[in-house]
Design a protein around this ligand. Structure first.
Ligand code: DX5
Ligand code: ZN
Length: 224
């Protein structure tokens, strides 16, 4: 079976109890914490910044933190999030004038870089980056809000992205973000995804362990 990572998006957590929420979701079996950064400029919403990431590290969170930058520009925040303890840093290529430089900056700062494809962005947009990135994140909703409906065209995009990753021969994660739930996690895995962001499906559940176990059960039955 493929090695799958479940990454709850803290956008759907109770921000007033963020440290506890993250502890609970990690105890429940989550692999990675997905940290959505929105600037009310690249996307029409405003969330959390590097101080919150740093506070979580001081609180004792040692799990990987997957920082998803939905900001423009990106370079200053890349530096701040690297200082704040980010593990992965992904950004949207159209938000950086020099995408290669921003990717190199993430690597030079000791973090793992990734690029993000919006629903209308073609897989070709990242073709020349495959030697340098560790994650390719395919958005299955328009970035900006949690709780949106999964866009079905994403399946074909995931298949194309997976082919590009296989062709590269590199160990690149194929992450999917937006509207992931118990009904579709198996089919997005079948299409090639191996890292699953889920906000409302996890934090909206009464029992985090139960929903993560059910997700793993769905993933167990996937054959590629
Ligand atoms: C959307 C964010 C997602 C979002 C996922 O812009 O990047 O990470 O929080 O939330 P759900 O799983 O509720 O769609
Ligand atoms: Zn995200």
């Amino acid at each position: 079976m493929a090695d799958y990572l479940i990454a709850p998006s803290i956008l759907a957590a109770d921000f007033a109890r963020l440290g506890e929420e993250i502890e609970s979701v990690l105890d429940a079996g989550a692999d990675v914490i997905h940290f959505d950064v929105m600037d009310n400029h690249y996307v029409p919403n405003l969330t959390i910044g590097p101080m919150v990431c740093s506070a979580l590290r001081h609180y004792g969170v040692t799990a990987p933190i997957d920082v998803h930058l939905m900001v423009n520009p990106v370079d200053d925040l890349i530096k701040m999030f690297a200082d704040a303890g980010a593990t992965y840093i992904t950004f949207h290529p159209e938000a950086s004038v020099h995408v290669d430089r921003s990717v190199q900056l993430i690597k030079d700062l000791g973090c793992r870089p990734g690029l993000v494809l919006n629903p209308f962005s073609s897989v070709d947009a990242v073709k020349w980056a495959m030697d340098c990135i560790d994650i390719l994140l395919v958005m299955s909703v328009n970035p900006g809000y949690g709780g949106q409906k999964f866009i079905p065209r994403t399946y074909e995009k995931l298949r194309q992205a997976k082919a590009l990753i296989d062709e590269s021969g590199r160990d690149i994660r194929l992450e999917v973000d937006g509207g992931i739930n118990l009904e579709n996690i198996g089919s997005v895995a079948h299409a090639g995804a191996d890292m699953f962001v889920a906000g409302s499906a996890i934090f909206g559940a009464a029992d985090y362990t139960d929903v993560i176990n059910q997700m793993r059960k769905e993933l167990l039955s996937v054959t590629n």
